[in-house]
Ligand binder design. Structure first.
Ligand code: SF4
Ligand code: SF4
Ligand code: SF4
Length: 929
């Protein structure tokens, strides 16, 4: 365990597994030299490999596939099944090829009679203690043991004897464990420990009774298991299977098709296994994907909402306070007539549209085009306003482009990673795997700056536990140290940036002691973190909504941009400032202009030339006036400025701050149309509800957090009469007098590419295999893994002088605690999808408030007590979780739960630049309910 001076080290010890490494995909044993080549002969053919490469890989280089059961190419060798044995001339015993290193002059035979006999013998031994129930086994057809038994012609094992009888465990919400079929290959243990870094399982018992432990033995809430399902994906037999698939279909009956996960911004590829229109299970392809075969619990087990009986199947119109089903013609006519009526009476700016980070790029493009070209207003926004509008504003100002600067895979090779305001393992689990791999495999230094003790703290060298809302003071303090100790990158500053001196004057006021006074972080810890960050050859900043959701959100982002420029950690691989986007297509919704001040591709509406270009393309005059943002629209309802809203796939009745106010405002609209897949809390308030297709039922593209535009495909038909969102928009727009006659999303993408240079070279055909990262200006361009190489998008990087400003609402005698809100692993956003998945609901059924033990003691609160949490805006009741994760004086709530809606409490005070509300800090009172 390493220590940084003055900072406690939290990182747990590194894996002590017998270690392998990879050299151009050739596995070698650690400790052996990699530099010398060795030449050997395998099955009569010569092959040269690096010294230390195993015989398995040497054979593979020649195209010889050696059978194996316990070995997997992405895991260390266990050498337990001994199916992969080969004969080496001069060796008395057979060699286990998955772990035996190649040596110069070696002569190897992979398919002799002796080898075949040994393999068969070993297979029979394994089968003798295996519950051979292939007729009913869920894994049949995809079981390596069944396959090898068939290939070796083993009808019945010749060894008899006693067999284990383990009870079948189905108490896990997602996984059924039948250890009577387990061959003790330990792949699951290694996958959990070496890929997932959770080590939730191990070998239990000894000798004959040995089996794999069950992670849920300690209960759902206390297990280290994060339900990623990686253990299932590596299990070669039927010992671990998805609960959802039991009895639903044989392996060969499942139709498997790839698409993109609809939850977070990682953009994982999911393989849907379908039978008779029903999702049976989800698997993850390994090649050409962001996630390399990994998934988190939501992608692996959380997609069954698509078949939920609550899905909207018919258009609905509210009559006398209840919904009645109507035909599409009637619903479209009703919607268009009401929008036309309000536009005629109050003008186009009386209508507002919320687009959706869950819809495709093509749908976001059409929706903003509909609002701008058909309705005639720029009142178009979406949930990015609530999560990363300060990123867009801050990074655009500092660098000229408001997106993640680098790629997810580059994190693995960063020498230092600063994670701040991102609970990465819960909100972006696949990116967290890269961060953990950087630390555990490559020895990266990890700095976590977060008021909560998030899971990544256990991998960190330094944990800076600052008070919520003091980010600017913390980073200014670190930059003071960097400058004072001469650790800045002078060459980079001189050549590539401007406004340094103004920035310098501000930062030099924030001595570590001053920063410590504001943040609560000891000055020496600030010094130590600054030295670690500035001392690394490549340092990468990863942040999320803990940084952006403040009245100083833009300042926080500018501060991080300053830090990266000060040390030259931008414009090259494994560095950068990397905002992790919350929803699967929030990056795309921004790119496609679902924002009130820019057209698609961040082209400004107040630029006359740009506006003229869009007017020509769309064949209609466009409004030059910037529109209202999300929160401004809701406040505009109170002032009579907004009379009607069209909300596509968003749920502001639960996601927006100060919910009582939002709900009252929605109720007072003259007309509300909601287009969604479920009757959300917002849809319940609508005058008309238009049923939409889910991600699995549509074609189009999503853009993930690293700017990668990826193709999804229609795998299922939408239920009932639900339609794809782009199709609905076309119908409403045409009925309103602005015809849209697209026949498919590929056609819409071609139009998008023709008018937005950053997507200029992207087409559906080009990204069929793997996505492309924008900017991609033309068809010959391969995309851009990292931005600002050689020159910033705006020319020179702009340093900003950023002063610390306290949050809008701080604790006082009436409301003595700070409330901060966020996400948890098992649910997503307002829970419309994840709360309709049985397993996710079973693990996390209700809302809760996290409270520090010292505060709980003061308040007479115990674990599981119900507490009443009040702010100046309302009161909610939630179950208490007493934990050190929250700092003393601070409480935390997740915002997914309608019955304990954290956003009833949150403050709708706005960042003056980005207009993002301050979700992350407000003052509350807590008492036992
Ligand atoms: S589901 Fe994931 S975390 Fe849980 S035991 Fe399996 S690999 Fe480990
Ligand atoms: S449960 Fe599966 S992966 Fe784990 S040891 Fe048994 S057979 Fe191997
Ligand atoms: S990490 Fe995000 S994109 Fe990947 S499976 Fe989980 S929720 Fe889906």
């Amino acid at each position: 365990m390493r220590h940084v001076s003055g900072v406690m080290s939290f990182r747990r010890g590194k894996s002590n597994l017998k270690k392998i490494g990879n050299d151009k995909n050739h596995t070698f044993i650690r400790g052996r030299s990699m530099s010398n080549e060795v030449t050997l002969t395998i099955d009569g053919r010569e092959v040269s490999v690096n010294s230390g490469v195993t015989l398995y890989w040497a054979a593979k280089k020649l195209g010889i596939e050696i059978p194996h059961l316990c070995y997997r190419e992405d895991l260390p060798p266990m050498s337990s099944c001994r199916i992969c044995v080969v004969e080496v001339e001069g060796m008395r015993n057979l060699a286990v090829s998955c772990s035996h290193p190649a040596a110069d002059g070696m002569v190897v035979h992979t398919d002799t009679e002796r080898v075949r006999r040994a393999r068969r013998n070993n297979l029979e031994l394994i089968l003798s203690d295996h519950n051979v129930e292939c007729i009913t086994c869920e894994k049949s057809g995809d079981c390596a043991l069944e396959q090898y038994a068939y290939e070796f012609g083993i009808k019945k094992p010749s060894f008899g004897g006693e067999k284990n009888e383990f009870p079948i465990r189905d108490d896990d919400p997602f996984i059924v464990r039948d250890y009577n079929k387990c061959i003790l290959c330990q792949r699951c243990i290694y996958a959990c420990g070496e890929i997932q870094y959770d080590s939730a399982i191990n070998i239990a018992n000894r000798g004959f009774n040995a089996c794999i432990s069950t992670p849920f033995d300690r209960g759902l809430q206390d297990t280290a298991c994060v339900s990623c399902g990686r253990c299932i994906s590596v299990c070669p037999v039927g010992a671990l299977v998805e609960k959802s698939r039991i009895g639903k279909g044989r392996e060969w009956e499942l139709e498997k098709k790839n698409t993109i996960c609809p939850y977070c911004g990682c953009g994982c590829t999911v393989e849907l296994n379908i039978k008779d229109g029903m999702l049976i299970k989800v698997t993850a392809p390994g090649k050409n994907t962001v996630n390399n075969g990994n998934l988190c619990v939501k992608g692996k087990f959380g997609l069954h909402f698509i078949n939920h009986s609550d899905r909207l199947t018919k258009p609905l119109i509210k009559r006398e306070n209840s919904f009645v089903e109507v035909s599409w013609d009637e619903a479209v006519e009703y919607t268009a007539d009401n929008l036309a009526r309000i536009k005629k009476k109050h003008g186009p700016d009386a209508i507002g549209g919320l687009s959706s980070a869950k819809c495709t790029n093509e749908e976001n493009y059409l929706f903003q085009k509909f609002i701008r070209a058909c309705v005639g207003t720029n009142n178009i926004d979406h949930c990015a306003r609530l999560c990363h509008s300060s990123t867009v504003a801050g990074l655009a100002r500092a660098f000229g482009s408001g997106a993640m600067t680098n790629s997810i895979t580059e994190l693995r090779n960063a020498e230092c990673i600063l994670v701040t305001g991102s609970n990465t393992t819960e909100a972006h689990p696949i990116i967290a795997l890269e961060i953990k791999a950087a630390v555990m495999k490559n020895g990266a230094r990890l700095i976590v700056a977060d008021p909560r003790r998030i899971d990544l703290v256990r991998f960190s060298d330094c944990w800076l536990r600052h008070k919520s809302g003091t980010d600017v003071a913390l980073f200014n303090g670190m930059m003071h140290v960097i400058i004072s100790e001469g650790l800045e990158d002078r060459e980079f500053i001189d050549a590539r940036t401007e406004n340094y001196s103004q920035f310098y004057d501000t930062v030099m006021y924030y001595t570590p002691e001053k920063a410590a006074e504001i943040t609560g972080v000891p000055a020496d810890d600030i010094r130590a973190a600054a030295r670690v960050y500035a001392g690394a050859g490549t340092a990468s900043i990863v942040y999320s909504m803990g940084i952006t959701q403040h009245t100083t959100g833009t300042d926080n982002v500018l501060s991080l941009a300053n830090l990266a420029m000060l040390t030259g950690n931008i414009g090259k691989k494994s560095t950068g400032v990397n905002p992790l986007r919350g929803q699967n297509n929030v990056q795309g919704a921004c790119d496609l202009g679902a924002l009130p001040n820019v057209y698609p591709g961040y082209q400004r509406i107040d630029d006359y030339v740009i506006r003229e270009k869009f007017e020509q393309e769309w064949g209609t005059p466009l409004s030059p006036d910037p529109g209202l943002t999300v929160v401004e629209m809701f406040h505009g309802i109170e002032k009579g400025k907004i009379r009607a809203m069209y909300i596509m796939g968003e749920n502001p009745s639960l996601s927006d701050p100060n919910l009582n106010r939002v709900r009252e405002n929605l109720d007072s609209l003259e007309f509300l149309v909601v287009q969604d897949i479920f009757l959300s809390e917002t849809a319940e308030k609508a005058d008309v509800v238009l049923p939409a297709a889910s991600f699995a039922e549509k074609d189009g593209t999503f853009t993930n957090t690293e700017r990668r535009v990826q193709l999804l495909q229609k795998i299922l038909s939408p239920p009932g009469e639900a339609r794809q969102d782009w199709d609905i928009i076309c119908k409403v727009s045409s009925r309103l007098g602005y015809p849209m006659t697209y026949t498919n999303p590929a056609q819409i993408m071609d139009e998008m590419a023709s008018i937005m240079p950053i997507y200029g070279g992207i087409s559906h055909n080009r990204i069929r295999k793997y996505g492309i990262q924008w900017p991609c200006p033309d068809k010959s361009h391969g995309g851009t893994p990292f931005l600002h190489k050689g020159m910033f998008t705006r020319g020179k990087g702009l340093f900003s002088a950023v002063e610390y400003i306290p949050p809008a609402e701080l604790p006082d005698d009436d409301y003595p605690y700070v409330l901060t809100t966020g996400r948890i692993l098992y649910h997503f956003h307002t829970g419309t999808m994840s709360r309709r998945v049985d397993g996710l609901h079973e693990v996390r059924p209700d809302g809760f408030v996290e409270i520090n033990p010292a505060d709980a003691r003061d308040l007479g609160i115990k674990e599981k007590d119900m507490a009443e949490i009040s702010s100046r805006r309302g009161t909610v009741t939630a179950r208490c979780v007493v934990t050190n994760r929250s700092r003393p004086g601070a409480v935390f709530m997740a915002f997914h739960f309608r019955e304990a809606a954290a956003n009833i409490l949150t403050n709708d005070a706005l960042d003056p630049v980005a207009k993002i509300p301050e979700f992350k800090v407000c003052a509350v009172r807590v008492k036992k309910a």
